[in-house]
Ligand binder design. Structure first.
Ligand code: OSB
Ligand code: MG
Length: 374
């Protein structure tokens, strides 16, 4: 049982070391929404909302999430005696449609609180079994194939287990060919973030030549039937990201044959309750899953690392170390990757497993709102 007494919303600004470009836009300075959750008996935890600056990945943004949390979601939970995160998830689902990233920030924050309250790590609370997670990197779209090869070669040398190349129409074949040429043995994949249509199948079929682990989300998020048609024409497995917003969408994928791998981002699916259901169904159907990333700060990364320790996460996750993104993260110790390309799952510390640097957060905060039960 848990009673939320107060939730503090904060927006911080955190500049990326280098701009990150996907098919639908570029981000240079992250605007990150952090939540500080307080129970009525003085337990505290932090969580992160992964909504972006613009609605170019999903319809949500940091601003819509702030509104949803303030107006509809926090009021459903504050002051109530909650059985736990699954209860909170059900209450938020009952009459608020969508806004999954906003819901996830609260629901995951409750997992963080429970871990603190019970004195266990997040990974233990979730039932994680893996002590170390193989790490993948996601490389943004570059101006030239040469620039991409340079970054991919550096990533391979650093020990990353999977190198994901962002692609878009016109910037795929030559780019992927150049990287494959330079790194004949690397585990490579591509991610299109919805940029293609079935009319482009001719180009996408050419990607079969590069021995890719998977092609992530080539078509629009609602195009499960069209992904199935595309999958029938490809040897390379399709991996769905944006399309999988709930366990029911995974069931659709399985029935239709829309893909063979799933990228689970807990923020995209409304939190850990939903992530666990997706993980369990995927595992029961021998569908490999891996943990995606949304350029999170060290707070969101703690939740991703914990989730990725579950047994069905059999492929490297986009859980790159702090230094890949930021000059300085907001947690200590920062997230690191060892020389074998692994991140260690914190087990011996209760809660997130890292200290949140609250002074630094204060310095970076541009907007705050305290939400209480009325
Ligand atoms: O599609 O996986 C994606 C970042 C922002 C929006 C969408 C995506 C991504 C990434 C980054 O690929 C992965 C990371 O956090 O390292
Ligand atoms: Mg993706």
């Amino acid at each position: 049982m848990i009673r939320l007494e107060r939730v503090v919303l904060r927006e911080i600004r955190l500049p990326l070391k280098e701009p990150f470009r996907i098919s639908s836009g570029v981000v240079e300075d992250r605007r990150i929404l952090l939540l500080e959750l307080h129970t009525s008996d003085g337990v505290r935890s932090w969580s992160e909302c992964v909504a972006g600056e613009k609605p170019n990945y999903s319809p949500e943004t940091i601003d819509t999430a702030w509104l949803a949390l303030h107006a509809w979601l926090a009021p459903k939970l504050l002051g109530e005696l909650l059985e736990g995160p699954a209860d909170a998830h059900a209450r938020m689902e009952s009459d608020v449609r969508g806004h999954r990233m906003a819901k996830a920030a609260l629901e995951m924050g409750l997992w963080g609180l429970l871990a603190e309250q019970e004195g266990v790590s997040l990974a233990q609370l979730l039932g994680g079994t893996q002590e170390r997670i193989p790490v993948g990197v996601s490389l943004g779209i570059q101006a030239t194939p040469e620039a991409l090869v340079e970054r991919a070669a550096a990533a391979a040398a650093a020990g990353y287990h999977k190198i994901k190349l962002k692609i878009e129409p016109g910037r795929e074949i030559a780019f992927v060919a150049a990287v494959r040429d330079a790194l004949p043995d690397a585990e490579l994949m591509v991610d299109a973030n919805n940029a293609y249509t079935l009319e482009d199948a001719g180009v996408l079929v050419q990607l079969d030549d590069f021995d890719l682990m998977m092609i992530e989300q080539p078509l629009e998020s609602e195009d499960l039937v069209r992904h199935a048609e595309l999958q029938r024409r490809l040897r390379t497995p399709l991996c769905l990201d944006e399309s999988i917003t709930s366990v029911n969408r995974l069931e659709d994928m399985l029935r239709l044959g829309s893909g063979r791998i799933v990228n689970i981002k807990p923020g995209r699916v409304g939190g850990f309750t939903s992530s666990l259901a997706i993980h369990d169904m995927a595992r029961a159907n021998d569908v490999p899953v891996w943990c995606g990333g949304m350029l999170e700060s060290g707070v969101g990364r703690a939740y991703n690392v914990a989730l990725a320790s579950l047994p069905g996460f059999t492929l490297p996750g986009d859980v790159s170390p702090s230094a890949r993104y930021w000059a300085r993260d907001i947690v200590t110790p920062e997230w690191t990757m060892d020389a074998n390309g692994m991140v260690t799952v914190p087990r011996d510390v209760p809660g997130l497993g890292v200290q949140v640097d609250e002074d630094r957060i204060d310095d970076l905060t541009v907007r705050t709102e305290v939400l209480r039960a009325d």
